[in-house]
Design a protein around this ligand. Structure first.
Ligand code: PDD
Length: 283
């Protein structure tokens, strides 16, 4: 609490921040977002997140409220004003406020909101012990490559996981794993790192792109293809990636231990490399 947040050009105490009740983000989930991690007061892979934001905006014919340089300046200003050393920056752009109408309004000014969330993300108990997941059907819409704020089904998935006494859920469609509720999913099998190929079925994770690049640079074999739940249960290792969890091992799927039930060497090594390289390259 007591944060300074950014709303449409202004830095204001969080309790004074206001967005219209007619905002289409509120009425239609007509908005996109990004989550960027902050380590040592610096932004991890800002460039990747900015590029994906522009892609999401473009896919929805939404105007960009600021340019990339200004967006970076806003991120940095929020880090400075909130004295943020470690945590996340959440950014949301919506199509703006207009009379309620399914058709997109002409000339509405986009809404831009950013806020910080202080959080220990590097030293993570979940990464140490690994997380447990259940599988659930993937009932999201068909354009999961666009990072929209329409997150009700992933929230339901988290609640299903919680009710089952585990950490998260992996979503399954046509027998194949798509991704986690808020992360990309991987297995290690036959000596290869396997993760679903890019397409409209999953979010094109910024952490995913970096981790696959580091894996290939470290001479690990990577296969980008769909994998089944059975394949995952029989794999040597499983893990997830996201901006907020980096690389986190998955040690149990639907009650069955993955490998020996402990975090595996590939996931551990990738987390180390990712953290080293990301901290070096942070801006
Ligand atoms: N979620 N897949 C989904 C469905 C996601 O929501 C996310 C990120 C990812 C990983 O993407 P990235 O590596 O770019 O963070 C994959 C963010 C962290 C969130 O909603 O909080």
């Amino acid at each position: 609490m007591g944060r300074i947040v950014y709303v449409n050009g202004e830095y204001v105490p969080e309790e004074e921040a206001r967005v219209s009740v007619f905002d289409r983000g509120f009425l239609f989930a007509d908005g996109v977002y990004e989550v960027t991690s902050v380590i040592g007061g610096r932004l991890v892979d800002f460039d990747g997140h900015a590029k994906r934001l522009w892609r999401s905006l473009g896919e929805l014919d939404m105007a960009a409220p600021v340019d990339e340089d200004e967006l970076l300046a806003i991120h940095r200003e929020l880090v400075a004003r909130n004295g943020l050393d470690e945590g996340l920056i959440y950014l949301q752009v919506t199509r703006g406020a207009a009379d309620r109408d399914f058709a997109w309004p002409e000339g509405a000014a986009p809404t831009l909101v950013l806020f910080t969330q202080a959080k220990g993300i590097v030293d993570s108990p979940a990464a140490e012990r690994g997380i447990r997941v259940i599988s659930i059907p993937d009932r999201r819409w068909g354009r999961r490559d666009i990072k929209t704020v329409q997150l009700l089904y992933p929230s339901m998935g988290k609640m299903m996981a919680k009710a089952a006494g585990v950490d998260d859920a992996w979503m399954v469609e046509d027998g194949a794993v798509t991704e986690g509720t808020s992360n990309n999913a991987y297995i290690v099998t036959g000596g290869k790192i396997v993760t679903r190929h890019l397409g409209e079925e999953i979010l094109h994770g910024i952490t995913r792109a970096a981790v696959l690049r580091f894996a290939r640079e470290a001479q690990m074999e990577v296969e980008e293809r769909a994998f089944t739940l059975d394949e995952a249960k029989a794999a040597d290792e499983a893990f997830v990636t996201s901006a907020s969890t980096f690389v986190t091992p998955v040690v149990e799927i639907d009650g069955a231990a993955v490998g020996n039930g402990a975090p595996g060497p590939v996931a551990r090594r990738l987390r180390e490399i990712y953290l080293d390289e990301s901290v070096k390259a942070a801006v």
